[in-house]
Design a protein around this ligand. Structure first.
Ligand SMILES: Nc1ncnc2c1ncn2[C@@H]1O[C@H](COP(=O)(O)OP(=O)(O)OP(=O)(O)O)[C@@H](O)[C@H]1O
Length: 249
């Protein structure tokens, strides 16, 4: 068993997911510490998306333990899990193009429930400071009043991360954040994720190994639904099993 020193925020032990007899996850164990940044890599079909789906309650494991602190995530629905403080960023942005960066963050904060909730909303000084803080964190401070629709692909991804941060997640799951980004945007994204981890745990699934290297974090390599190798990027890249999976055929 590996797992670090403290109590993990996220604890997966012996997790399997079987789809029609096919094991998408096979006895997977993974532990993420408070404030940790973790990269998950692996070839196509390795089970990375299925792992994220299990954590967020979209997919139920066939067997195994999935815990967020003391909460058994296998018993909870997606909305409850999100409310516990697990945010997930998908590849496709979900912001409103006609609204500004500031307004999108404002909407993410208040998440109005019910038809008149927004009419009762008054932007308090505290909320404004929070929005400004998040804009600085994701590097969009200078774009506050630009409409989301005019942002570059990279900036839109950062806004989306900012929208998740407005909900104060304790664990943020980020799916292939740098797909389609320029080299400069990719570098900015690595720095951004390093910056925002620490105050919360961040798990990043990504194919781009140069980007993963720039994260400087512990890396977990998945293959055929199970953990193949774990450690620094140098460690996993020199692991013969990883070399075989990535380069061997
Ligand atoms: N709902 C499903 N029903 C049947 N098989 C599925 C289902 N979801 C995923 N799979 C299979 O499980 C395996 C793992 O898929 P998964 O999407 O988790 O891999 P991945 O590592 O995210 O791959 P990629 O890098 O291509 O996104 C794949 O072989 C996939 O075809």
């Amino acid at each position: 068993m590996s797992g670090g020193s403290g109590n993990p925020v996220l604890y997966l032990d012996g997790v399997s997911v079987v789809f029609d007899g096919f094991k998408a996850l096979n006895n997977l164990s993974l532990f993420v510490e408070p404030g940790e940044l973790r990269a998950i890599i692996g070839p196509n079909g390795a089970g990375k998306t299925t792992m994220m789906d299990v954590i967020t309650g979209k997919t139920r494991p066939t067997e195994g333990t999935v815990r967020f602190h003391q909460h058994d995530l296998t018993k909870l629905d997606e909305a409850t899990i999100a409310n516990l403080g697990i945010g997930r960023k998908f590849q496709k942005p979900t912001m409103f193009d006609a609204l500004t960066v500031f307004e999108n963050l404002e909407l993410a904060l208040k998440a109005p429930r019910g038809p008149f909730a927004c009419l009762r909303w008054i932007l308090t000084g505290e909320a404004r400071r929070k929005i400004e803080g998040v804009m600085e964190e994701v590097g969009l401070g200078a774009r506050a009043h630009d409409r989301a629709g005019v942002l570059s692909h990279g900036q839109r991804q950062w806004l989306e991360i900012g929208m998740l941060l407005m909900q104060d997640p304790e664990l943020l799951l980020v799916d292939e954040p740098v797909a389609g980004m320029t080299d400069q945007e990719t570098e900015h994204t690595a720095a951004l994720l390093v910056r925002i981890a620490g105050a919360r745990s961040v798990v990043v699934v990504e194919h781009d190994l140069e980007f993963v290297r720039a994260l400087g974090s512990k890396v977990t390599v998945l293959c055929e639904g199970t953990m193949l190798s774990e450690g620094s990027i140098d460690h996993v890249q020199s692991d013969p099993r990883v070399i075989e999976v990535y380069l061997g055929r």
